[in-house]
Design a protein around this ligand. Structure first.
Ligand code: URQ
Ligand code: ZN
Ligand code: ZN
Length: 480
């Protein structure tokens, strides 16, 4: 492993910004301070006038996902490499077993696929069905494989959707294991009905997609998942919160003292539902993802949620399908594979729309793009912090650099960019992964297979503290 000295920059962590050099050795941060000396043979990066931040952590990607009859364009190499080009150094992807497929079998399959990753990765494991073997495999995954989060799709009926029985059993098991339950919160029964109703009205194009998934479809499911978690006294993490209805459910629960956390996609922060009315099918279909992009006004509400601390992390749900794949839904919007890209653009879009507008400080930017995810999934400060002993995953950020985002220049294998044409100010000049410069002023040096699987320890007794709340609140036995 080489030594690297990043000199002259301003270090930005979630808690503070300060002038300091950063020295890395053997893939770890060895020193953070003023006037550090470069060991013989060290690589030196001049970070004058730039920020040195923890590498981005994207808690929601789907590389190489088999879904809706096809497989995403990005595999674990191209997807993680694209992330490195955008300052993202870690992904948390998803193992999604088919119903009745043993969780451990699916987990081994995804582990195999991910060996080609260029950056570090970890997995949430989806619980898509329930029986005693699922209960058992969740324990194995937590105790032996370093999984500390389990995903539940409340949408995608007749595919990977789980019902309330599965939610209740799995959330209960999560509490026992000290694992975070997470949800894709859309009412899949309503979607299934509305898709047929919208089609029956003769609407076959992508404009039908948001009509079949109105915000209350998400609001109801978010509220239901949060209520189940409340009764069971388990924390809960809601992925891709896209609308007021879901964000308000989270804020209300948090105001009652419940441990609920929300994730927001970069796309949902800056794109509205007008994209579905684009006259070009391919353009409108390229934006088909779930939950859909929402009417104007929802985006600002999500920004306020991040500013208020009711929403905590940002992600991309990077799940890329090309035009030919999206054309499967040419005559039926319900058949358009759901998913969009973003793993390379997330940091620059959120910096430009968040920091340059004054919504976020640089430290708040670090919190919502890296540190909060590391804390919520128990890998802080190994990840998410520029501090001695942490992994040397860093991004040197040029606040004056500009770039126009485009499918023509992206590193993703997708053929569309939902941020097409957006010119951003604030871009990575260098990305460092395991102490190695892997992106240097536009030159991507990602190495296939260099990425490591990240174990994430189960949460400790504080996680179970929620149970105490039940005991303290439970009425004392009535003496008869
Ligand atoms: O629902 C998800 O998160 C996966 C299947 C990606 N697709 C999407 O539309 N979000
Ligand atoms: Zn989802
Ligand atoms: Zn997803």
């Amino acid at each position: 492993m080489s030594n690297l000295l990043i000199r002259g920059g301003t270090v930005v962590n979630a808690d503070r910004s300060f002038r300091a050099d950063v020295l890395t050795q053997n893939g770890k941060i060895a020193a953070v301070g003023e006037s550090l000396q470069a060991p013989a043979g060290a690589t030196v990066v001049d970070a004058g006038g730039q920020y040195v931040m923890p590498g981005g952590i994207d808690p929601h990607t789907h590389m190489q996902l088999p879904f809706m009859g096809t497989v995403t364009m990005d595999d674990f190499f191209t997807g993680t490499a694209a992330g490195l080009a955008g300052g993202n150094t870690t992904i948390i992807d998803f193992v999604i077993p088919n119903p009745k497929q043993p969780l451990m079998e699916a987990y081994q399959t995804w582990r195999g696929w991910a060996e080609k990753a260029a950056g570090d990765y970890s997995f949430h494991v989806a619980v898509t069905w329930w029986d005693e073997s699922v209960h058992r495999d969740m324990g194995t995954l937590v105790h032996s494989e370093g999984v500390n989060s389990f995903k539940h799709f409340m949408a995608y009926k007749n595919a990977i959707m789980c019902d309330d029985e599965t939610l209740v059993n799995s959330f209960k098991r999560c509490l026992e294991l000290g694992a975070m339950p997470t949800v894709h919160a859309e009412n899949g029964e309503l979607v299934f009905l509305l898709q047929r109703e919208v089609a029956a009205m003769g609407i076959k194009g992508p404009e039908g997609h948001p009509l079949s998934r109105p915000p209350m479809v998400e609001g109801e499911a978010a509220n239901r998942a949060i209520a189940i978690a409340d009764v069971l006294n388990v924390p809960i993490y809601v992925v891709h919160v896209s609308c007021v209805e879901a964000a308000e459910s989270i804020a209300r629960a948090r105001a009652r003292g419940q441990r609920v956390y929300g994730e927001v996609l970069a796309g949902h922060l800056v794109i509205d539902d007008s994209v579905y009315r684009h006259p070009d099918f391919a353009t409108a279909a390229a934006h088909v993802m779930s939950p859909p992009f929402r009417p104007k006004g929802n985006q600002e509400f999500l920004w306020r949620g991040l500013q208020a601390g009711n929403l905590h992390t940002t992600a991309t749900d990077h799940c890329t399908f090309c035009a030919a794949q999206k054309a499967a839904g040419k005559d039926d919007f319900a058949k358009i594979p759901n998913g969009c890209g973003g793993v390379e653009e997330r940091l620059a879009v959120i910096w430009d729309e968040g920091v340059n507008t004054g919504r976020l400080t640089p430290s708040e930017f670090v919190a919502i793009t890296s540190a909060n995810t590391a804390k919520l999934f128990n890998i802080y400060p190994q990840k998410g912090s520029v501090s001695v002993g942490a992994d040397a995953d860093l991004v040197v950020w040029d606040p004056a650099g500009t770039k126009t985002l485009s499918a023509k220049t992206q590193h993703s294998k997708g053929d569309f960019n939902i941020f097409e044409g957006r010119t951003v100010r604030g871009i990575p000049s260098h990305t460092v992964s395991q102490g190695e410069p892997v992106f240097v002023q536009g030159d991507l040096r990602a190495v296939q297979g260099k990425g490591r699987y990240l174990k994430r320890p189960a949460f400790g007794p504080n996680f179970a503290a929620a149970k105490l709340r039940a005991e303290t609140l439970a009425p004392t036995a009535v003496k008869r």
